[in-house]
Design a binder for this molecule. Structure first.
Ligand code: HEC
Ligand code: HEC
Length: 315
């Protein structure tokens, strides 16, 4: 029957249902017969002999035939239904109906109906599609279903989950070009920053290089420590670039942008924590969830966020 209950429940449910139907039938048959009532002298009388309040009597009439007929019909309906459909726990029904199959059929019918629409979207390049309001509305609905739990309903991101609305190409971890977006969504991404404390000579080196990192984007910092950190940043350049502007092939963020929303945080403590412990952000691949047409529309939606009208949060 299903994986949550033991098969005994199926027989229990089926048994109770069948016994109730039989009992109802017997009860009905019992009440259909007219019982004969007699008075004290043995004479047949028209009432049941019950008297209330001195003069209220109950007549001995059988249920009307049409009324009985209706009851019989409901019983026959129940039997027919239980033969055709899976109403008894252990019997699947001759029609082979399951709610799962019904769902599959309905969603297949829906997919078939919208397939031409998605086929047309698929032929339109991502950048062009991002100007189509209907495709954007569809993209937004999908984003709210599949992406918003991590990236936020406005795609503004939060700690460890990137903002997807930046108009500055260099602020993106991997990039906001159509092919990059499609690749990110299809295959997912794994950001990998190893712990770097040893490479910069322990805790003092971490503090110095963290001050240098803050200086790169013009944030307040200790100038003497930043000067000490500058040569240590050589250990970081392989990934973040010698000038700290990042490397999108590795998903190493641009540390020198004054407008980028920081992934983990820009406070001195958070930057130190990043350097000490490393970071490993994981964006799950969607290719097993979503077919290429849907990913195409989602990529267009994200592309539209970065390249559409500028909004307050889209630095
Ligand atoms: C379970 C959380 C989660 C879900 C769900 C998720 N993402 Fe992500 N996404 C992330 C994380 C974390 C990253 C950053 C990966 C890294 O640190 O390298 C990311 C990165 C990205 C990037 C790269 C951003 C850049 O700056 O280059 C894009 C684009 C993106 N996600 C789009 C999507 C879309 C579209 C969906 C919905 C289909 C989605 N994500 C669903 C967690 C998620
Ligand atoms: C092996 C490549 C690699 C090296 C070496 C490396 N990083 Fe990173 N760094 C990354 C990646 C990739 C990320 C993004 C991690 C993620 O997406 O989870 C990152 C993230 C960061 C962040 C977080 C930025 C934010 O937006 O919150 C800071 C700060 C940082 N690195 C500083 C450094 C410093 C300083 C060094 C040198 C001491 C360094 N990194 C060395 C690859 C590297």
């Amino acid at each position: 029957m299903n994986q949550f209950t033991s098969p005994g429940w199926a027989y229990w449910i089926g048994g109770v249902t069948i016994v109730s139907l039989i009992a109802l039938f017997l009860f009905l048959r019992g009440t259909a017969r007219q019982t004969v009532f007699r008075d004290k002298n043995g004479q047949v009388i028209a009432t049941t002999g019950h008297v209330w309040d001195g003069d209220l009597q109950e007549f001995n009439n059988p249920l009307p035939r049409w009324w009985m007929g209706l009851f019989i019909l409901t019983l026959l309906f129940a039997v027919g239904y239980l033969i055709l459909y899976p109403g008894l726990g252990f019997w699947g029904g001759t029609l082979g109906f399951t709610s799962d199959k019904m769902y599959q059929q309905e969603s297949a019918a829906y997919e078939k109906r919208i397939a031409p629409l998605y086929a047309a979207y698929m032929k339109t390049p991502v950048a062009t599609l991002s100007k189509n309001p209907e495709a954007m509305a569809t993209g937004q609905r999908m984003f709210l279903t599949y992406c918003a739990q991590c990236h936020g309903s406005d795609a503004g991101g939060s700690k460890a989950f990137p903002n997807l609305t930046s108009h500055n190409e260099k602020n993106w971890l991997y990039g906001d070009q159509p092919d990059t977006l499609v690749a990110t969504i299809t295959d997912g991404r794994d950001g990998m920053m190893p712990p770097m404390a040893a490479a910069v000579g322990g805790h003092d080196g971490v503090v110095a290089v963290a001050n240098y990192v803050r200086s790169l984007s013009g944030m307040s910092h200790d100038a003497a420590l930043a000067a000490k950190g500058k040569p240590l940043f050589a250990a970081c350049g392989a990934c973040h670039g010698a000038d700290g502007t990042g490397n999108q092939a590795l998903g190493a963020p641009n540390l020198a942008s004054p407008t980028r929303q920081w992934l983990f945080g820009s406070s001195l403590e958070t930057i130190e924590e990043t350097i000490e412990n490393g970071r490993s952000g994981h964006m799950p691949a969607q290719k097993n969830n979503l077919d290429p047409e849907k990913i195409h529309v989602l990529a267009a939606y994200i592309y539209g966020l970065g390249h559409g009208a500028k909004t307050a949060l889209s630095q």
